[in-house]
Design a binder for this molecule. Structure first.
Ligand code: NAP
Length: 295
């Protein structure tokens, strides 16, 4: 046993995959959820908006993976107080208590700390968020870095598991039913498979690395990503239709190109997280296995 690992946001797709991966590597894992209980992992309910200090004091973990957040970008715009409490105040409390109990913290952050004016951002490029979600995540990063923790910036997470329906899963579901997929062609990011992110985070957790690391897929538009999914799953490409960002009606401003360069993580951790063919082959295998398991 490697000690206790607390995983907040265990009811999100990345949090759940990270918890499973750490458990299989010999950690005693305790997940933290708020509104959505999960199966298969031992977990406690804790509302981080009501405070996080006592959570860390009570369990005194050796490792904290802090993946919980108000991750809905538009919701952060309409409910800024809740977003601030969860993304900033709770993260500050987790970071300072982790320091007191000697826990290592790995914070899951986002490409949305960048303005999106040029893309292919590296770890030392200056952040400048264009929406409230990005600002709160940047303040969370600063709290974790101040206590010597690690920040993993990722992006456009897709894959199986609990949490909100992600774009990758929606594309497979819609194309499998013969339905059209409208995908934005003039916005770029780095679609990231949750399974590979979990692998990278688990490997990082074993090291003393502190500071920022980018761990995400390659630069693509959502349209290119949807076409790549259709190709990998043998689904009809012609059902994928390009649209522009202006047709979506986002409430919060979005960076136009927030793609990340993850070369440092690939070299350091040996996880080919930026290889889309590899990622989609894993996604497809998991999809097929889940369908077989469901009978
Ligand atoms: N989605 C992406 O593409 C993306 C990209 C880059 C970074 N990230 C980061 O990845 C992490 C997960 O994001 P997601 O979009 O996958 O999340 P999500 O599906 O919206 O889930 C958010 C998670 O945070 C938990 N949470 C929210 N409010 C909470 C509270 N008051 N107390 C305790 N837990 C609370 C939720 O628990 P319940 O559901 O149980 O309430 C859930 O587990 C976040 O840190 C996000 O910033 C996501």
């Amino acid at each position: 046993m490697r000690g206790l690992a607390l995983v907040t946001g265990v009811s999100s797709s990345p949090g759940y995959k990270i918890a499973l991966r750490l458990a299989s590597a010999g950690w005693e894992v305790l997940g933290v959820y708020n509104q959505h209980p999960v199966g298969g992992i031992s977990a406690v309910r804790w509302d981080l908006a009501a405070g996080a200090r006592e959570l860390v004091r009570r369990y005194k973990p050796a490792l904290i993976i802090h993946a919980a957040a108000i991750g809905d970008v538009d919701r952060c715009e309409t409910e800024p107080q809740l977003c601030y409490l969860v993304n900033v105040v709770a993260t500050r409390e987790i970071a300072s208590e982790a320091y007191r109990v000697g826990a290592r913290v790995v914070y899951i952050s986002t490409d949305y700390v960048f303005p999106g004016d040029r893309g292919l951002y590296r770890e030392d490029d200056p952040p400048r968020p264009v929406n409230y979600y990005g600002l709160t995540k940047l303040l969370g990063e600063e709290a974790v870095l101040a206590v010597g923790g690690a920040v993993v910036r990722t992006a456009w997470i897709y894959g199986l598991g609990p949490g909100r329906l992600n774009f990758g899963r929606a594309v497979v579901e819609r194309l499998s039913r013969g339905e059209e997929v409208r995908a934005v062609a003039d916005q770029w990011g780095s679609p990231t498979l949750n399974t590979l992110l979990a692998e990278a985070v688990a490997k990082l957790a074993e090291r003393e690395h502190s500071g920022v690391l980018h761990a995400a897929g390659p630069r693509m538009s959502r349209y290119e990503f949807a076409l790549a999914i259709a190709e990998a799953f043998g689904l009809p490409r012609e059902l994928v239709k390009p649209i522009s960002m202006s047709e979506v009606g986002y409430r919060a401003p979005r960076p136009r190109d927030s793609s990340l360069v993850s070369r440092r993580a690939v070299e350091m951790l040996g996880v080919p997280i930026d290889n889309i063919d590899y990622a989609l082959s894993i996604f497809k295998r998991e999809w097929v296995e889940q369908r077989h398991a469901a009978g």
